[in-house]
Design a protein around this ligand. Structure first.
Ligand code: ZN
Length: 141
């Protein structure tokens, strides 16, 4: 009985972030609410909310980055799906216990103030899966 997961966003690899943002805003009527560079992933990202989820457009800042290599191999397109979970460490442990192949065994900081960890597409029927959990700011009084 675990329906605590939420589809947080769908990541789309694009060649030109500005052009892609224009397509999705001017062409399709979405709004870009957030842009961020994630240095260790070598990406520039833009978030466009759609209901409870968002589209995340990703442009590589280097041909050697994961998005750069993805586009070189497959062209633009859907790159990953992100599920938000209540407890990312537990989600990683569960996936590992099931013999799933993890790209990140420990959560790391992703865009949008989230802990993230990727699961290999070989273990998810062909979809690169990002697990995420909002980073709680310690603001207890
Ligand atoms: Zn993502």
């Amino acid at each position: 009985m675990k329906s605590t997961h939420k589809l947080n966003h769908i990541g789309i690899a694009v060649r030109d972030l500005d052009e892609a943002v224009r397509t999705y805003t001017e062409g399709l009527g979405l709004t870009c609410t957030h842009r961020e560079v994630v240095e260790d992933q070598m990406v520039k990202t833009a978030f466009l909310p759609a209901g409870e989820s968002s589209l995340e457009l990703l442009e590589s800042t280097s041909p050697d980055g994961p998005i750069g290599r993805f586009i070189a191999k497959r062209g633009e397109g859907i790159h990953h799906i992100c599920l938000e979970v209540p407890d990312i460490k537990a989600a990683i442990a569960d996936a590992k216990a099931q013999g799933m192949r993890l790209i990140d065994e420990e959560p790391r900081r992703g865009a949008h103030n989230m802990w993230v960890a990727f699961v290999h597409p070989k273990s998810t029927h062909g979809v690169l899966l990002e697990l995420s959990q909002p980073i709680e700011e310690a603001v207890e009084s």
